[in-house]
Design a protein around this ligand. Structure first.
Ligand SMILES: NC(=O)C1=CN([C@@H]2O[C@H](COP(=O)(O)OP(=O)(O)OC[C@H]3O[C@@H](n4cnc5c(N)ncnc54)[C@H](O)[C@@H]3O)[C@@H](O)[C@H]2O)C=CC1
Ligand SMILES: O=C(O)C(=O)[C@H](O)COP(=O)(O)O
Length: 392
């Protein structure tokens, strides 16, 4: 059995060695860049990719032995699932795997934005898309003390509670954070969900965050908002024409990053692990006896990314303290600065992402304090921020 994997998927070699040590006849090769070569594809029984590899009929025709394809991502629009099915290739993804990281990214964006102004956003937060990443973002923002609502018409149509389908309420919100898949057809298509018409209707001073897919927001509509000097603050992690970013927009954007919202260390290593778990089930059935190391063991080579960050706090914290704890673990401003300093073309965009830091998650935060920690209000707030806590 031969696995071909994206070279930037962490711990794949360790996972293969683990299975080889148990007696599995398994070989591994890796590919650099966006697309594997025809020679590499011709030998692959299994292909493991990330979001930058486009899988279509052309690629599948070069991979006659391929039976299983896995992407270590939540988004799947880079894979033509119909073409896979027609070619007899089983396709798997890793739902939710880096949702905590996306939640941390949004929390850091809002925490920094508020600290700059010494004021939390005044008004509601709209989370657009109430799935894995949307809920992770919403919980963290509630932890900061914000009033969050979830707009999700597909879930609303299924009768799910706690979501709504009131678009005007989204437009009236002080913060809007986007967490939808990129879809181009159907009743709930998300391509250009934010276009010239509705960007014009946003409330003055609105903070719009896109950490979903670039084309959910029409970049041209943002250029127009910039040109008419609309009172709008925009945070972009994703770009309509990646790996090309919009250099015209860049100076106007509040924070701009290189599609790294989901790139916590645990999110990336978890993606590799989840793919191996799914592939083993496909290849050997649900009751197979092959063992994989737990996620914690796979994270050990990066002690600085998993070490607890401890804060001592005698009295109940202010929102400024909560916000500074968030940015003490993950500070979006560093990623913003690096994009502006280091990314000047498509190649440097990809290179920056490939060499991205081993980023900790907010769950590394440990708050130690006094009686205030017995209060269920504070326990909930800290848990929403995914911090642990203990009374001293
Ligand atoms: N920037 C990054 O690094 C990352 C980006 N993503 C992107 O975020 C997307 C969302 O991820 P998850 O939350 O995990 O997906 P999910 O599948 O758990 O949730 C998506 C939600 O969006 C809702 N939705 C679909 N169409 C909608 C519409 N027109 N309006 C409002 N809601 C709509 C769905 O009903 C669903 O509840 C992924 O598809 C991926 O493209 C995901 C991870 C990392
Ligand atoms: O999971 C997703 O969906 C994402 O967007 C990933 O976090 C992006 O990571 P890469 O696969 O492009 O490294």
């Amino acid at each position: 059995m031969h696995i071909l994997a994206d070279a930037s998927m962490p711990q794949v070699a360790v996972l293969v060695e683990h299975l080889q040590a148990q007696g599995m006849a398994l070989t591994l090769s890796t590919f650099q860049g966006r697309q594997p070569s025809a020679a590499q594809l011709s030998a692959a029984d299994v292909l493991m990719i990330r979001s930058i590899t486009r899988v279509d009929n052309t690629l599948l025709q070069q991979a006659p032995k391929l039976r299983w394809l896995g992407t270590a991502t939540i988004g799947t629009e880079h894979v033509d699932a119909g073409a896979c099915a027609a070619a007899g290739v089983t396709f798997a993804s890793t739902p939710g795997v880096n949702a905590r990281a996306v939640g941390d990214y949004v929390a850091s964006a809002v925490a920094n934005f508020a600290l700059e102004r010494n004021q939390l956003p005044q008004g509601e937060v709209a989370i657009v898309g109430a799935g894995h990443t949307g809920r992770a973002a919403g919980e963290r923002l509630q932890g900061l003390g914000l009033n969050v609502h979830y707009y999700d018409p597909p879930l609303h149509a299924q009768g799910v509670e706690c979501v709504h389908n009131n678009w005007q309420r989204v437009l009236n919100s002080a913060v809007i954070s986007l967490h939808v898949p990129l879809t181009t057809c159907g009743e709930f298509a998300t391509r250009h969900l934010f276009n010239t018409k509705n960007i014009q209707q946003l409330v003055a001073g609105c903070l719009l965050i896109n950490a979903s897919r670039g084309a959910v927001v029409a970049e041209q509509a943002l250029v127009q908002a910039m040109q008419r000097q609309q009172a709008l603050h925009v945070v972009l992690d994703v770009w309509e024409h990646e790996p090309q970013i919009n250099y015209q927009l860049l100076p106007w954007l509040h924070y701009a990053t290189a599609h790294i919202a989901g790139h916590s260390l645990a999110g990336k290593v978890g993606g590799s692990l989840q793919l191996f778990e799914q592939w083993l089930q496909f290849a050997f059935g649900c009751n197979h006896s092959w063992q994989l190391p737990p996620l914690n063991a796979l994270l050990q080579p990066w002690p600085q990314a998993i070490a607890p960050r401890v804060w001592q706090q005698a009295e109940a914290p202010t929102w400024q303290m909560l916000a500074s704890w968030v940015r003490g673990i993950y500070d979006i401003r560093n990623d913003d600065k690096q994009l502006r300093d280091e990314v000047s073309d498509n190649e440097s965009f990809d290179a920056f992402r490939k060499a991205y830091q081993a980023r900790p998650e907010l769950s590394c935060g440990l708050i130690q304090g006094g009686d205030w920690l017995a209060d269920s209000h504070w326990q909930q707030r800290l848990s929403q921020l995914s911090f642990s806590f203990s009374r001293k």
